[in-house]
Design a protein around this ligand. Structure first.
Ligand code: GLN
Length: 189
């Protein structure tokens, strides 16, 4: 059986752990370098991407994250986690970028708090529409070579993948529809 780590620095950590447990996956919190040794896949949760980025530096986790990625393990960035996985953001407001997906993002692209919304997403690779909650969500402005687009909302890209990395602008852990988490689990080996 697979163990999934949830990067536990800031943001929707408990929600992801609870959602993973609901689909029968063993989930653990990841806060230190050694924690990476016991996981098969990693979720970088939603929250505040600048705060998570700063804490990654403070906890000296950047190199370990990059190693984990290079080793080919599955990584899922949701919302703020998506921003951290990008190569660029249009207003250069994000300090730490892991560059796991060749894409440029627009932070808070749907507007601020008021622009939080719920919708049904057509998601490539998932047969039925997926319930999706967006909270001050980013969208993906541009993708480069090697990136597959998985979902869009009104012409804006909100989910993508490149090799072992999956990103979504919505919070897949906040509804009872866990189809996207199950999709991620298929990438975990
Ligand atoms: N707006 C947040 C950011 O830019 C992301 C919001 C979220 O993760 N729900 O970091």
């Amino acid at each position: 059986t697979k163990t999934i780590g949830v990067l536990n620095l800031q943001g929707a950590v408990r929600e992801h752990i609870r959602a993973l447990e609901k689909i029968g996956v063993k989930a653990v919190s990841v806060k230190k370098e050694e924690d990476f040794d016991m996981i098969d896949g990693l979720i970088i949760p939603g929250g505040e991407s600048t705060a998570i980025g700063r804490l990654i530096r403070e906890h000296h986790l950047e190199d370990r994250l990059r190693q984990f990625h290079q080793a080919g393990h599955a990584i899922f960035g949701t919302c703020a986690g998506l921003i951290l996985c990008s190569t660029d953001d249009s207003h250069q407001t994000q300090d730490l970028r892991l560059g796991f997906i060749n894409m440029e993002v627009e932070r808070n692209g749907f507007g601020r708090q008021v622009a939080s919304f719920e919708t049904k997403l057509d998601f490539k690779g998932i047969e039925r529409p997926v319930e999706a909650v967006f909270i001050r969500a980013p969208f993906i402005e541009k993708v480069g070579p090697g990136v597959s687009v998985l979902a869009e909302v009104e012409g804006r890209i909100v989910a993508a993948e490149q090799n072992n990395v999956l990103v979504t602008a919505h919070h897949p852990e906040l509804t009872d529809d866990f189809a996207v988490l199950e999709y991620f689990m298929k990438k975990v080996s």
